[in-house]
Design a protein around this ligand. Structure first.
Ligand SMILES: O=P(O)(O)OC[C@H]1O[C@H](O)[C@H](O)[C@@H](O)[C@@H]1O
Length: 562
């Protein structure tokens, strides 16, 4: 039987209905929507296991939400959710499952992928990680010279870095203060130099994380770390006590020189950017301990269960996805800001950048056709209140519509109460100001000089979601990450794209490989690029030939660009 092609989303009647709603609501302000519906905030608020989403300050009404939910059903979001949990090969271009939800399954749950219940394997690795983390934390694991480990250095990039680094920072208040956990990702040699500054190699454990174990940045950093370790400790045998690997590729791990007894595995059905809950989170587990890690897993699982079971109209990830689509496709918004009111979540926007932009930065649908609607937005953000003193001007008075997610907590992790009151006062004030603005009449009535009135008015109608939880802890972090994972997946389904491949990162890698030879070989291949690239390569080679190494704390290398 011939398979029917999936209807492009913009050809669906539900899309046309949304366009009509967009026209109907044109010029209708949030002030009016709130005035007309005194129960609006409670109508558009949803709580899931202590995490609250207030989406009332969006340019929506009940009809819009109804039409968006209709679109979700029409595009089969409910069926795709089930397919993900059933371990189907939903990553069609790579012909594999995308079953990160299995990483969070309880010990007695079943998740079948390619005919095998993978939950026992998942828990086997989690148990191994737990035992290893406990040995490191208790001082039972000794380095080559007999000293306990005090420093853990995670070497990885992309999904093998951003998740652990984000979560380790988010949960740093839950970390063992006696352990120094650092992260090296960039191939820029300054990254490893600065990460290792002040560390004693005899007390340092390297966790080399790479799904493929072929990523050039990670292998380069790992080789450099190994050389430094062996130089410091004087024997290759030291590697066994100071290096562990996290990978799906045992062959390459062995090839690098790490025994598989020091390897923690995961599987090809875990995408890199969806992997923090797998062995990729080993450094994090060492930092916060297995119990806190398990509590984070519980948070993930709570959101997974909600995502699978709640009807789409009351499903938090689906609602975020639909509201995002509403701005992306019907309000011409090109970006989406993530604004956590927590210093500990400083890396959360960067983490979500990979999650969202690598997943949904696609222009071809699952059928191989060019998509005709805009897909994933540019995701960016910084913690509040810092951002308020930097870029919020544009959010309030600029010409771009920037939908924002404000993320905050009722109680502080630490610090004096006064700080938290001020922090959250700013959070609530910002979402209020963005939504309702300050009209010219109000500004004039406040006695502002007539010529300044336009400058000092705020149009309002700048949409925000408010995500509020009790306190930032491992459980809540798990909920938040799973929430965004599922939001991104849902949007991929709505747009008809595959959120689980990332072919777009390949071309640059291939070209870099070739240019590396041109930069570094004594007799390089003839440069065969465009005029611009050829001349940049040649300028670099000239500078490299004259390169002077900077002395520590002394001269800089001034030869490169003068
Ligand atoms: O874990 P690895 O195999 O080293 O991959 C690290 C990262 O590099 C790639 O280029 C991909 O774009 C990312 O999705 C991935 O997370």
């Amino acid at each position: 039987m011939m398979e029917l092609l999936q209807t492009p989303v913009d050809q669906r009647p539900q899309w046309a209905a949304l366009a009509e709603h967009r026209a109907r609501l044109d010029g209708v302000s949030l002030r009016r929507l709130f005035a007309e519906n005194p129960g609006r905030a409670s109508e558009f608020t949803l709580g899931v296991d202590g995490l609250l989403l207030d989406y009332s300050k969006n340019l929506i009404d009940a009809e819009v939400m109804g039409a968006l939910v209709d679109l979700a059903y029409a595009t089969g979001v409910h069926r795709r959710i089930e397919a993900m949990f059933e371990g189907e090969r939903i990553n069609t271009t790579e012909d594999r499952a995308a079953a990160h939800v299995a990483l969070r399954a309880a010990r007695d749950q079943r998740m079948v992928i390619d005919g095998e219940n993978v939950v026992p394997r998942v828990h086997h690795v989690l148990d191994e990680m737990g035992a290893f983390a406990t040995r490191i934390r208790s001082g039972a694991w000794l380095g080559y010279t007999g000293k306990a480990i005090k420093n853990v250095v995670n070497i990885g990039i992309g999904g093998s870095d951003l998740g652990p680094v984000m979560a380790a920072e988010a949960l740093s208040a839950y970390s063992d203060p006696g352990l120094n956990v650092r992260f090296v990702s960039n191939v820029d040699g300054s990254d490893i130099v600065s990460a290792l500054r002040g560390l004693d190699q005899s007390e340092t454990l390297y966790v080399v994380v790479s799904k493929t174990f072929t990523t050039v940045e990670t292998l380069t950093n790992a080789r450099t770390a190994r050389r430094l370790l062996v130089d410091a400790l004087g024997n290759e045998d030291a590697v066994r006590r100071h290096f562990v690997a996290v990978s799906t590729n045992a062959k390459q791990v062995r090839h690098f020189g790490i025994e598989t007894e020091n390897m923690f595995g995961f599987w090809d059905w875990v995408g890199g950017r969806y992997s923090v809950e797998s062995a990729v989170g080993l450094s994090l587990m060492i930092a916060i301990g297995p119990e806190n890690f398990a509590s984070m897993t519980d948070g993930f699982r709570a959101m997974d269960t909600h995502f699978r079971e709640a009807p789409l109209a009351h499903n938090m990830p689906v609602l975020l996805a639909l509201i995002g689509l509403w701005y992306n496709n019907f309000h011409d918004a090109q970006t989406h800001a993530i604004l956590p009111y927590s210093t500990y979540l400083a890396r959360f926007p960067a983490y979500l950048q990979q999650l969202d932009m690598e997943s949904n930065g696609k222009s071809v649908d699952t059928e191989g056709r060019l998509v005709r609607v805009r897909t994933g937005p540019v995701v960016w953000g910084e913690p509040g209140t810092n951002g308020q003193h930097a870029f919020y001007q544009l959010l309030h008075q600029g010409t771009h519509l920037v939908p924002c997610d404000f993320i905050g907590f009722l109680r502080p992790v630490d610090g004096p109460d006064e700080h938290h009151d001020l922090l959250m006062a700013n959070f609530f004030a910002q979402t209020e100001a963005l939504a309702f603005g300050r009209s010219e009449e109000e500004v004039a009535a406040a006695g502002v000089r007539a010529d300044l009135v336009p400058h000092r008015s705020f149009a309002g109608d700048r949409p925000t979601n408010t995500l509020l939880a009790g306190r930032l802890n491992p459980f809540v972090l798990g909920q938040l990450v799973a929430l965004y994972e599922h939001k991104v997946f849902t949007q991929g389904v709505l747009w008809g794209i595959n959120s689980f491949d990332q072919w777009g990162v390949e071309l640059g890698k291939v070209l870099a490989h070739r240019i590396f030879d041109e930069l570094s070989q004594d007799e390089p291949p003839a440069p065969g690029h465009d005029e611009s690239t050829n001349s940049l390569v040649s300028m670099y080679r000239t500078a490299a030939a004259r390169r002077v190494r900077p002395r520590p704390g002394g001269d800089r290398d001034g030869a490169a660009v003068r």
